[in-house]
Design a protein. Structure first.
Length: 558
């Protein structure tokens, strides 16, 4: 396979020369570098490469190109190479130019441009290369060619192969999938030996696991809880943004901390292909990448993790709390932070439930996107997660249709996402509608949509359905003494008396539940704001309140 291409476009010969020199110096060993001063020539090159089936990883363009602005070049590049990353190259001193900021914001809002970078400057511009390498990392993750990728080989897309990919996605582990009878599948099976069985996992270190359990995966990547580790200052249940933040702050401030999660890092954040409004990431960051950074940060501070472990009981034993796990183990803690988040609600349509993993998927499309090339895809839901899923799928699918129960996307979706959705030509939106049926022979073939205003039903051809229709909290395993609202979300602080669990207690901390020493953070908590930044904030506050409850001063390790 030929190397992917980095295309640079700038009308100033000197600046183009500097740009090309920097790219060749750092990336020529793995990429082919093309540079041109003409937008027309750049477009002709992109068209030729698309016709030849070549991969374009990155398109860098100045905005003020004669005849064709950089943002327009990016928009046309996206149509020709939907998987490419696209960044505007800006001159130094642009930060006071509000018009340029508006151009960038508008281009990112409609999805034509992914990011921006400052022009490289001598002697060695590491800031420029940090931005470029970040874009190439995101591109490689999208293409399933990132370093340390786990390979999954299966007989079919559904069944256990799908479950394993779902687990790897929840763990934010880069992975690829191929069928056993494909060229790559036969090669991987041959290398695994005659005793190998599918589904097969090939780890980055060359280790092969045939038909693994989730516990096998946890032990292989070192995230299974070791024997003898059973007493902690704080046990955090859930490794989404709230739980990971609690782990970072707890461990960095001197607490022995354990994080338990039945999947892996990230929670529902891993279904977000790009988070653009998270503080400190002007270029945006994928949910999976953010989760892995937080996991590494917590690990450096010596937090412990037990992935693919299900917490199924919480009780008090003297002055400690006891958490029982599905593998018949138990750990004790002085305090507990519940950050279990919430899961997307089911459609409750039996014929579609029977096709889960065979065209019907719950949550974001990260691990299934490449299989959607050229297909008719539907997204059920009207909030931010549904909009992000539709945008990601539109890079691959022939047509993406958002099916929203509300009469307008504005009821639950952020304005910037509504604009971006509206700007993508192969995304259409059906409001005041819902999925009420469907089916297919072994795989999804059609859906039944109901108009909520007229009650009319329509059967439409469909290759895939991604369901993101609201959330249910992971609280069924908790004891009844922990107060919940009518939907099962945990009541904390001054909301606790509303459940009748206890009289008002002015000493109750704002994130403390009705069980002393047990706190809740993130989406599992009643009244939480379901945004990544809010979950992170609550995770840090939970640890502050853990210190208050324990009466221990915070002692930073750094």
């Amino acid at each position: 396979m030929t190397a992917p291409i980095l295309l640079a476009v700038h009308d100033d010969p000197a600046r183009l020369g500097t740009l090309e020199e920097e790219l060749r110096d750092r990336y020529a060993s793995g990429y082919r570098i093309h540079a041109t001063s003409s937008a027309d020539e750049a477009l002709a090159t992109l068209e030729r490469l698309a016709g030849e089936g070549e991969q374009v990883a990155l398109v860098l363009a100045a905005q003020m190109l004669p005849g064709t602005p950089g943002t327009e070049l990016h928009a046309r590049a996206r149509r020709l190479h939907p998987h490419s990353k696209r960044a505007l190259v800006l001159p130094w001193g642009v930060w006071n130019d509000r018009a340029t900021a508006q151009v960038i914001l508008d281009a990112m809002a409609v999805g034509s441009t992914d990011s921006h970078v400052l022009e490289p400057a001598p002697p060695r511009d590491e800031q420029f290369h940090q931005a470029i390498s970040g874009l190439l990392l995101e591109w490689s993750r999208d293409q399933r060619v990132a370093p340390n990728t786990v390979h999954v080989v299966g007989d079919e897309w559904s069944g256990r192969s799908y479950e394993l990919r779902e687990v790897l996605q929840r763990c934010a582990i880069p992975h690829s999938f191929c069928l056993a009878d494909s060229e790559q599948g036969r090669e991987l099976l041959a290398g695994a030996g005659s005793d190998a069985k599918v589904p097969l996992i090939v780890l980055p270190n060359g280790e092969v696991i045939s038909d693994p359990t989730n516990r096998d995966l946890a032990e292989a990547d070192g995230t299974a809880l070791g024997h003898g580790e059973d007493e902690f200052d704080v046990v955090i249940v859930g490794a989404g943004p709230a739980g990971l933040c609690a782990a970072v702050y707890g461990a960095s401030e001197g607490l022995s901390a354990l994080v338990i999660d039945e999947g892996g890092v990230g929670g529902q954040a891993t279904s977000s292909s790009m988070i653009r409004n998270y503080l400190g990431f002007p270029h945006g960051i994928s949910g999976g990448h953010l989760a892995m950074r937080a996991y590494e940060q917590a690990w450096i501070f010596r937090a412990s993790f037990s992935f693919m472990s299900v917490a199924n009981g919480l009780s008090r034993a003297g002055d400690r709390l006891l958490i029982t796990l599905s593998d018949d183990r138990a750990v004790s803690a002085r305090t507990v932070v519940l950050a279990t988040g919430a899961a997307y609600r089911r459609l409750e349509v039996p014929e579609l439930e029977a096709l889960r993993g065979a065209g019907v998927f719950y949550g974001g499309p990260v691990s299934e996107s490449q299989a959607m090339a050229g297909k008719e895809v539907f997204v059920s839901g009207g909030a931010n997660s549904a909009g992000q899923a539709a945008l990601y799928l539109a890079r691959y699918a022939r047509q993406v249709t958002i099916v929203a129960r509300a009469e307008s996307l504005a009821a639950a979706m952020s304005h910037y996402l509504i604009r971006e959705v509206a700007a993508v030509p192969n995304i259409r939106v059906r409001t005041a509608a819902e999925v009420v049926g469907g089916g297919g022979e072994g795989r999804l073939g059609q859906l039944v949509l109901r108009d909520r205003l007229s009650d009319e039903r329509e059967t439409v051809a469909a290759d895939a359905l991604f369901v993101l229709i609201g959330a249910e909290p992971h609280t069924a395993w908790l004891p009844p003494t922990i107060a919940r609202d009518e939907h099962g979300f945990l009541l904390t602080g001054q909301d606790v008396p509303a459940a009748g669990a206890s009289p008002a207690d002015p000493r109750l901390l704002s994130l403390e539940t009705s069980m002393p020493g047990v706190f809740a953070a993130g989406d599992v908590r009643h009244g939480s704001i379901r945004r990544v930044a809010s979950a992170v904030g609550e995770g840090s506050i939970a640890i502050q309140q853990v210190h208050s409850w324990l009466g221990t001063p915070r002692t930073s390790l750094v």
